[in-house]
Design a protein around this ligand. Structure first.
Ligand code: AOS
Ligand code: ZN
Ligand code: ZN
Length: 387
């Protein structure tokens, strides 16, 4: 093994990819939610499933919660339960979009009483972070307008800034607020945080504990996401990712399924920009509507891991030399060589060196977990959108 390969393997063993609690529950489109057998009924059962993903991949030790979807009486006890499974509770995602009160928005709503309600929820989420030991609060707002003139677009920015400042003021040492942007949906005329520039401007004003989250499904077609990643990293404002795949819009399909080359290009900029480490949250934000959920999450984790391995394999010295020489084709070839490398044998070795089976999907199928949960989780309400 060369020194370079050893370094790549060591870096891969350090990787941590967070899975979202909501990916384990039922989900669908606005047309239909297809229930699946064995889907968790409680946050603890979601953690049980997440533990299977981590057991087979070795790189998914944390789970993101969504409040109130994962509301429990005792968050410290939930954190203890996670610990017993070899997991930790990760990012807390605040949900200020599902109540009737939020028809015209949450923290940007024209009515101060609704804004207060939304803000109180965000502050409650900071309290929950204390109990769970979570470092990050991830904020995505469904706020926006559907019609020109519906509301004062600029006043909505002021309301947003005011709410964010109050949340920011509550953060403790080592805690961050991660602000997510999304081009459109559910609002179609204006969205209050539509792009990285708006998110960046708010985070810049707030201070160093505020950073931007890049959800790979939240851009217009053709957007160069890796460029956004490079710029945010350069400014010290990349907080993390919500990885998923899109063909059209916010499709929330498995990360790396639609465009693995894009995922590689993103991961290359992460590695190149010094963003490969614990300060960048590598999260999945996906739903599995027609495919079995746990193996789909394992597949997604592996897709991120494969893109990372390829990014780590880029011969940076050869690339720099070709770039210095202005050798366009040679520079491009360095990247393509790394991308074209079959990293699956390398990753199988990494797993075997850490005591895991080489093929996580096959190991999951052999484990009998799917049959067990389908038999055991028969009564009660399955978790799902809004539950
Ligand atoms: C919504 O489009 C965003 O991607 C958020 O991250 C959201 O909180 C998540 O998808 C769960 O609903
Ligand atoms: Zn997201
Ligand atoms: Zn989304």
């Amino acid at each position: 093994m060369t020194a370079a390969t050893a370094a790549v393997k060591a870096a891969l063993k350090e990787q941590s990819i967070e899975t979202p609690s909501w990916a384990y529950g039922n989900s669908g489109t606005r047309f239909k939610v297809f229930a699946q057998p064995g889907v968790p009924r409680t946050p603890r059962e979601k953690l049980d499933d997440a533990a299977r993903v981590h057991a087979h991949t070795g790189v998914a030790p944390t789970v993101a919660l969504h409040i109130p979807w994962d509301r429990v009486d005792d968050y410290a006890a939930l954190a203890g339960y996670a610990e017993g499974l070899g997991l930790r509770l990760g990012t807390i995602n605040a949900n200020v979009f599902q109540d009737d009160d939020y028809r015209l928005g949450s923290v940007c709503h024209p009515d101060p009483a609704v804004r207060r309600k939304a803000l109180d929820h965000l502050l409650e989420c900071v309290d929950i972070m204390e109990a769970t030991g979570s470092a990050d609060l991830k904020l995505w707002f469904a706020d926006g307008t559907n019609y020109p003139g519906q509301d004062d677009v600029r006043a909505r920015q002021d309301r947003l800034a005011e709410a964010l400042a109050e949340v920011y003021g509550r953060l403790g040492d080592g805690q961050r607020v991660l602000l997510e942007y999304k081009l459109f949906e559910p609002s179609f005329y204006t969205t209050d945080v539509p792009d990285w520039g708006t998110a960046y401007a708010h985070c810049l004003r707030l201070g160093e504990k505020a950073q931007v989250v890049v959800d790979t499904g939240h851009h217009a077609p053709g957007t160069n996401i890796e460029f956004i990643v490079a710029v945010l990293l350069r400014e010290g404002k990349l907080g993390g990712f919500d990885f998923n795949s899109r063909f059209y819009a916010d499709d929330d399909l498995m990360a790396g399924a639609a465009d693995p080359f894009q995922l590689f290009r993103i991961m290359y900029e992460v590695v190149r920009g010094g963003g490969y480490g614990p300060r960048t949250a590598f999260m999945l934000d996906q739903c599995h509507n027609v495919e079995p959920k746990i193996p789909a999450i394992i597949r997604s984790v592996l897709n991120v891991q494969e893109a990372t391995a390829k990014a780590l394999l880029v011969d940076r010295e050869a690339l720099a030399a070709a770039q210095r020489d202005g050798d366009v084709l040679a520079a491009n070839a360095v990247l393509m060589d790394a991308y074209s490398t079959d990293v699956r044998p390398l990753l199988a070795e990494v797993r075997e060196e850490t005591g895991l089976e080489p093929d996580p999907v096959a190991a999951y199928h052999r484990s009998g977990w799917a049959g067990r949960i389908a038999a055991e989780r028969r009564s009660g309400q399955q978790a799902g959108w809004g539950a």
